[in-house]
Design a protein around this ligand. Structure first.
Ligand SMILES: CC(=O)N[C@@H]([C@@H](O)[C@H](O)[C@H](O)CO)[C@@H](O)CC(=O)C(=O)O
Length: 308
């Protein structure tokens, strides 16, 4: 068997395109894949996560999206990771089996966040039951405490994890606690796990600590510039890497002040890529025209290093 290519670099947390009447719009996914690969130089995706409104979709919709991304990404993308987390175990398991059956590259699971695990053992027991349904698939824990409220430290979770979840491959780490991330990386001496950082505005800090890559919403439309930041960091040209981080940060801090979330990400991606992402699904509501005009003007005003 060919050894699996390690998941490093940028992973776009894909948006779920929707029609104006709120149905998932599979018809633009082919164009979306080509856009990520050719215009953003991003060849890894994370489907049905936060940005993809995964928890606002039906199981059927999630399966259809996973199938379409895997199908359209064939021979173009390196890794297609499907988020299969849900509030109940049977749905997670069903989605995990489905991801395996369609030949996805891996699965990720968020902590259930209505009835929450209260300690590491409860969380691992839940994750283990999902992972067992896809025994050949790399498994990622999706750590996003600001949204789940599950604050169990990842460092703790790692202890003995391989014995409990043999397919455990790493963590999508969407938290600002860089101490926890650092302790995880310190524990990962052999480099068997991948740590993908998920707070785009401070990726450079996470890279310095040793993150292997990043999963995020902004890599849909700022993937090219963030890739240049990764290259500068690897060179190393820290001054150049900082310039890229400062500039993406300038945009994000501007839009965050206006009110920024998945709905606004859909609007930004639409005006940057030209691919219609459509409205978000309730309870999210679409970005205002005022937001769109201001965000576009801000992005257009940014002068990237060397014109890139
Ligand atoms: C809370 C949230 O949505 N975080 C985003 C970030 O990419 C975020 O949009 C970015 O850092 C801007 O704040 C990702 O971590 C989420 C993500 O990767 C996903 O869609 O699953």
């Amino acid at each position: 068997m060919t050894p699996r290519k390690k998941l490093t670099g940028l992973v776009a947390a894909t948006i779920t395109p929707m029609t104006p009447d709120g149905k998932i719009n599979l018809s633009v996914i082919r164009q979306y894949v080509d856009y990520l690969v050719n215009e953003q130089n991003v060849k890894n995706i994370f489907v049905n996560g936060t940005t993809g409104e995964g928890l606002s979709l039906s199981i059927q919709e999630r399966k259809q999206l996973a199938e379409e991304w895997v199908c359209q990404g064939k021979d173009k993308l390196d890794h297609v990771i499907i988020h299969v987390g849900a509030l109940n175990l049977p749905e997670c398991q069903e989605l995990a089996r489905h991801a395996a059956a369609i030949g996805a590259g891996g699965i990720a699971v968020i902590a259930p966040f209505f009835f929450k695990p209260t300690n590491k053992d409860e969380l691992v027991a839940f994750l283990q039951k999902v992972a067992l349904e896809a025994p050949e698939m790399p498994f990622y824990y999706y750590h996003i405490p600001p949204l789940t409220g599950v604050k169990i430290r990842v460092e703790e979770l790692l202890d003995g994890i391989k014995a409990q979840i043999p397919t455990f491959q790493g963590v999508k780490f969407s938290d600002t606690d860089l101490l926890d991330l650092a302790q995880c990386i310190n524990k990962n001496e052999t480099g068997e796990f991948e740590f993908l950082y998920g707070v785009d505005e401070q990726l450079l800090g996470a890279l310095a600590i040793g993150a292997n890559g990043a999963v995020g919403s902004t890599y849909n439309y700022l993937g090219r510039q963030t890739n240049l930041m990764l290259q500068a960091f690897a060179k190393p040209d820290f001054a150049l890497a900082q310039q890229y981080q400062f500039l993406t940060g300038e945009f994000l801090s501007f839009v965050i002040k206006l009110g920024f979330g998945v709905a606004q990400t859909k609007a930004v991606m639409t005006f940057v890529s030209g691919i219609p992402m459509g409205p978000p699904r309730l309870p999210l509501v679409g970005a205002s025209s005022e937001f769109i005009a201001k965000a576009k003007a801000k992005l257009d005003s940014i002068v990237w290093p060397n014109g890139n």
